[in-house]
Design a protein around this ligand. Sequence first.
Ligand code: TA6
Length: 294
Amino acid sequence: MSYEHFEIPGRLSIEDDADGWPVLHVSSAWSAAEIHLHGAHVTRFRKSGDAPLLFLSERAEFAPGKPIRGGVPIIFPWFGNRDGQPAHGTARTTAWELEETAECEDGSVLAAFRLPADGGCDVTFRVTVGRTLRMDLRIANATDAPLAFENCLHTYFETGDIHRTEVRGLRGAGFIDSLTGQRHTDTADAIRFAAETDRIYQNTTAACEIHDPAFGRVITVRKSGSRSTVVWNPWTDKSKRMADFGDDEYLRMVCVESGNVKDDAITLAPGGSELLTVEIDSAPVVEKPGMEAK
Ligand code: TA6
């Protein structure tokens, strides 16, 4: 299929990657991004003058039926494992259709995708690359029966040093510890990492901040249409068990994922729709005198 008519000179080009997968290369005055048609998967996003905001494993595989390790996997219609089914649903390993590209009035660049029709739900995904990275996942129920699903933008963030990284914004929220199945309320002012961490926060609409002093920045993760936030770092043992993830790559990534999973799963009435929006940005941290690392 020819994608030339979607290209925007100086803003959006489409080439096949080494594995023959169509990849959109998007650039704005402030940033650049890369989006694979496979899974409508945003694999790279970087603001000019900043380190990459998204982490992409050096061992990521680009093959039919395989999810890409890193960037923003689209999780739908279920989160997690399901007997005899691919983990985290089928959307992330499906070739989406490119529907629209445009340069917006504010100078940002839009790419819009549609999940090939499957069982009466209408799924579209819009990526806006500009001063920030904005992603909109809309699920509509085109059937005459209720539609139950989970959705999540499973975002991998790059961090300079996991030992110095903190995730803030979830204090007071309840979470399921996926490693033990136990439920807790988070009373800490920040999530810090010293072991495998896999937490599903429920009933929270809070924005999160990823404090990354090694890169001298704070990443903000704002969301709407989402009541769940998942925080994950595989640490050493799980990293070694993932063939598409370097043994030491846990040192420079953290997942802060936004969606509606577990208790927050959604049931859409016939004709209903749900919009999940995530917007990520970063800002430099100005070290105040005397703020030496403790
Ligand atoms: O989001 C956390 C999680 O559910 C972890 O338990 C881990 O399995 C991660 O997703 C990655 O899952 P994947 O199927 O992409 O390897």
